[in-house]
Ligand binder design. Structure first.
Ligand code: BTN
Length: 327
């Protein structure tokens, strides 16, 4: 019941919903509604009540709870998560997941924190991870496959994330920038960091790290990132529930991971290409340390980006950093 009330208040996007309408919609008395509202407040939701206008959602709990995460994963019928480690603050969820993996933690172990004090991105960059504002999480995979398949897992993760965020933050137009950034209108809202450990060319485990800027405001970003980074809240004009997004992501991921294990990379490739904002646009790229202009035209079966150079030759790119065109 609590969930249904929350859902209806969320749909209002910060405007009032009358007690009468709520009670009609849910088929319970206004006193029963009021009691449920008190329960939501006790769970950390900020709800403003007005005798005349009804209720409106003003804020969400700044802490994730095991209860909410468990409930949302159950609602979305996610079965791949085996053990959640939830922290208030950590240096980086990657480090904790890595230690757990070394100690034998199984595939599907999830480490999630309200804050990271030393969150890291690709290429040694820092990842802004303020308290209670985003999703900072890492999970363990043990795919037991040859190491050269690891890039495919990054692309699969990007597709799952893009689909989950599109569903959670409709109608925002979210796309994938190769290899693993999620963008809205050219600004980054989420990043993926896959770190693999292999033995004799086979993956022992992969730590898939995901950062999603959910409810950050402009003040949460350092000045130098404001032109290139954004959050779902800034774009939508209202906060979103983090546990719901976590669960939505794993629902997508487990579906795609099962397809991938059964049918290989081809179906994931098609989905990735359809969600990509990188393809068919001439772009400045750094290939072999040199800046060059090329047009990404698709992925190959290993998950490399095929780039056509100005002279017509094609090169596969696995991890070159792409420089966005000016403007
Ligand atoms: C990138 O786009 O550069 C990748 C960003 C990955 C950030 C996430 S947040 C959770 C996990 N822990 C980290 O320290 N990094 C990843």
């Amino acid at each position: 019941m609590n969930n249904r009330i929350l859902e209806l208040l969320e749909k209002q996007g910060g405007s009032y919903l009358s007690g009468e309408l709520l009670s009609q919609e849910l088929g319970i008395s206004r006193t029963a509604i009021w009691k449920q509202i008190k329960k939501l407040e006790a769970a950390g939701y900020e709800i403003e009540a007005s005798r005349r206008l009804g209720y409106r959602l003003m804020g969400r709990p700044s802490k994730l709870t095991m209860q909410e995460l468990g409930l949302k994963l159950q609602e979305k019928q996610v079965s791949m998560i085996h053990g959640i480690r939830l922290f208030d603050a950590v240096d980086s969820t990657q480090n904790i997941a890595q230690r757990l993996a070394e100690d034998g933690a199984p595939e599907g172990t999830l480490v999630i924190a309200d804050q990271q004090t030393n969150g890291r991105g690709r290429m040694g960059r820092k990842w802004v991870s303020p308290h209670g504002k985003g999703i900072w999480m890492s999970f363990i995979l043990r795919p037991g496959m040859p190491i050269h398949f690891a890039p495919q897992l990054t692309l699969l993760t990007a597709v799952a994330l893009c689909r989950a965020l599109r569903a959670a933050a409709a109608p925002l137009d979210i796309g994938i920038k190769w290899p693993n950034d999620l963008l809205i209108g050219g600004k980054k809202i989420s990043g993926i960091l896959l770190e693999s450990t292999a033995e004799e060319e086979r993956l022992r485990y992969v730590i898939a790290g995901i950062g999603i800027s959910v409810n950050l405001t402009k003040e949460d970003f350092p000045q130098e990132l404001l032109d290139i980074a954004t959050s779902l809240q800034i774009q939508l004009g209202r906060p979103l529930g983090r546990a719901e997004i976590v669960a939505g992501f794993f629902a997508q991921f487990e579906q795609l991971y099962a397809i991938y294990q059964k049918e290989g990379f081809a179906p994931i490739q098609t989905l990735w290409e359809a969600l990509s904002v990188t393809l068919h646009k001439p772009t400045k790229l750094i290939i072999g340390g040199k800046e060059t202009i090329g047009t990404p035209i698709g992925l190959n079966e290993q998950g490399a980006l095929i780039v056509q150079r100005e002279d017509g030759t094609r090169v596969p790119l696995f991890s070159a950093e792409q420089v966005p065109p000016a403007g």
